[in-house]
Write a protein that binds this ligand. Structure first.
Ligand SMILES: Cc1cc2nc3c(=O)[nH]c(=O)nc-3n(C[C@H](O)[C@H](O)[C@H](O)COP(=O)(O)OP(=O)(O)OC[C@H]3O[C@@H](n4cnc5c(N)ncnc54)[C@H](O)[C@@H]3O)c2cc1C
Ligand SMILES: NC(=O)c1ccc[n+]([C@@H]2O[C@H](COP(=O)([O-])OP(=O)(O)OC[C@H]3O[C@@H](n4cnc5c(N)ncnc54)[C@H](O)[C@@H]3O)[C@@H](O)[C@H]2O)c1
Length: 495
């Protein structure tokens, strides 16, 4: 039986980063993958959806008629879009394979190596895994085992996903053409991202089912409202306070009944129904019963701040990424955890993981970036705060881009320390500047520290600068002159 220092189950961002950091510590690593190399980090997930988003954004830009140009004969082929998206996935996968090949033999003094085995891994005992591939079984042993098996789309009780007309995000790349009419069930990040992508192409009538009054319900109302408005401006028809009644399969279409909170129903005919109501951890069929590990009711693996499934000192089995209960279900969270578990095992790194400055991007039109606390979180935790918003409409770069809408919103603590607590930014380039605020949060910086920055002109980041100045009543443009574009308020918990 082959023996390894570390076996990693799953090659998504969590598993791959763990395997690569283990090489740095001179370890002999076995990386096991049952499906696509790179997991949802690449295929049917972060990379492929972002490639689709980028292409759809370019197309929608070319289709504009309000910028002094008008393209003629513009057309788009879903097949060719997919071909480009597949190329993107292939490029990233080949890079991973190149590195795996490079380290199949020791390359430096530390001497770490990695072998990739395709197959489904299950625990036989605490140090032994069986790997099944094409009905052949192999056993391997490892001192430490990292479970990085990720997640899959959650199904909707009573609705059979046929992967043709009733689909999940895993099936988007199997579609043959742009649907004429599409219903997206679930208005979380995946639902709103695909609503943005398909509406950007303008080939599909997109309906979005939202159980509540606002999409992206975990964000503050002003953010959710801005996202709702921008989706609607892009042509998406949002059915707020609706739940799915029935889906009936007809010969050429789906007949869908939507039940609304006020008691009325709407019947729609669509070609495709996309179910995007969250994701389910891949913790079943891992033989966890053989090693005494019981997932939570939701199927997640309950880990410590060092990603251990038991007391760290006595633990040989760890879990990272979407399968775990900790952190946000994001690419960067999985990668952070994968790196951390190996550093905690083989170095002096003993600080528990801190997710407070983890930034997120949501790929709508325009982009939404977030880091740290929002008003809802502060209110739930009873944290007194001051909050300011500053519209991009007052920022010269945004004016030059002829870009409409978008704003930054910053929260600072109202406890005399003026600590930066969080930021939300809606607008172009939000992805590139969110990390500057993430850094300030990580450094426990105050408003005074943050105001030391000198921002380049003309840049969208000048909106952050002005927003920070609003707290100290030092902004160049004043809330009194632009009450609908600049706001400031405070909140304290009631005693
Ligand atoms: C449509 C979509 C868009 C997304 N966009 C973003 C984004 O823009 N930004 C962002 O930060 N996040 C995004 N995410 C989330 C991100 O992709 C995940 O959080 C991340 O991939 C989780 O990484 P992971 O390593 O935990 O698991 P995964 O990436 O899911 O990888 C797990 C791997 O384990 C393998 N596996 C499972 N069971 C076994 C087994 N028993 N044996 C062997 N192998 C096994 C699977 O085949 C899979 O390849 C998106 C997700 C989706 C679905
Ligand atoms: N840009 C990004 O960072 C990015 C992009 C895509 C996905 N992701 C990750 O993928 C994960 C999964 O995304 P998701 O959008 O599937 O989940 P989600 O948890 O973000 O949203 C699910 C939505 O479905 C709704 N819902 C739940 N049950 C429903 C039902 N029976 N009927 C109608 N609606 C229902 C919920 O109210 C919620 O709005 C997210 O947690 C996110 O972290 C991240």
């Amino acid at each position: 039986m082959e023996k390894y220092d570390v076996a990693v189950i799953g090659s998504g961002p969590g598993g791959f980063s763990a395997a690569m950091r283990a090489i740095d510590f001179g370890k002999k690593v076995c990386l096991i993958e049952a499906g696509h190399l790179g997991g949802a980090g690449i295929m049917n997930g972060a990379l492929t959806s972002k490639a689709m988003w980028e292409l759809s954004k370019d197309y929608s830009m070319a289709a504009r008629v309000d910028r002094g140009y008008r393209s003629s004969g513009l057309s788009v082929s879903y097949k060719e879009v997919l071909s480009s998206v597949k190329q993107a996935a292939k490029q990233a996968r080949l890079q991973m394979l190149s590195q795996i090949e490079t380290f199949s033999e020791p390359k430096n003094e530390a001497g770490g190596t990695v072998v990739l085995k395709y197959g489904h891994a299950r625990f036989v005992d605490k140090h032994t895994l069986s790997i099944t591939h094409n009905e052949e079984e192999e056993l391997i042993q490892a001192t430490n085992i990292v479970i990085a098996t990720g997640s899959r789309p959650r199904s909707l009780p009573g609705v059979e996903i046929d992967h043709k007309n009733i689909i999940t995000s895993d099936d988007i790349m199997k579609l043959k053409d742009f649907p004429e009419k599409m219903l997206i069930i679930g208005s979380g990040i995946i639902g709103c991202e695909f609503a943005t992508i398909f509406s950007n192409y303008g080939q599909t009538e997109v309906h979005l089912l939202d159980r509540q009054k606002r999409v992206i319900p975990f964000e503050d109302d002003d953010i959710s409202k801005a996202i709702s408005n921008s989706l609607e401006n892009n042509g998406v028809i949002i059915h707020h306070t609706a739940s799915l009644g029935t889906i009936r399969k007809k010969k050429d279409y789906l007949e869908v009944v939507l039940d609304f909170e006020d008691g009325h129903c709407d019947v729609l005919e669509v070609d495709i129904a996309l179910i995007s109501i969250g994701r389910q951890p891949n913790s079943d069929d891992l033989g966890l019963e053989n090693v005494g590990i019981k997932p939570t009711e939701r199927g997640e693996l309950d880990i410590t701040r060092h990603c251990a499934l038991d007391d760290f000192k006595n633990c040989h089995i760890f879990a990272v990424g979407d399968v775990s209960v900790e952190g946000l279900k994001l690419y960067n969270a999985a990668e952070l955890q994968g790196r951390h578990v190996i550093e905690a095992l083989y170095s002096d790194e003993k600080m528990p993981l801190d997710y407070s400055n983890m930034a997120t991007l949501m790929f709508f039109r325009p982009l939404v970036a977030s880091v740290g606390l929002n008003e809802k979180m502060c209110q739930e935790r009873g944290i007194a705060y001051r909050v300011a918003t500053y519209s991009n409409e007052l920022v010269n770069r945004s004016i030059a881009m002829r870009s409409k809408g978008g704003f930054v919103k910053i929260l600072v603590s109202d406890d005399g320390n003026d600590r930066i607590l969080g930021m939300r930014a809606i607008g172009p380039q939000a992805s590139s500047f969110i990390t500057s605020i993430a850094y300030l949060i990580n450094q426990y910086s105050s408003l005074k520290d943050a105001n030391q920055g000198i921002y380049p002109h003309p840049s969208i980041t000048e909106g952050i600068q002005e927003c920070l100045r609003v707290f100290e009543n030092k902004s160049v443009l004043k809330p009194e002159a632009f009450p609908h574009l600049i706001s400031y308020r405070t909140w304290k918990p009631s005693k």
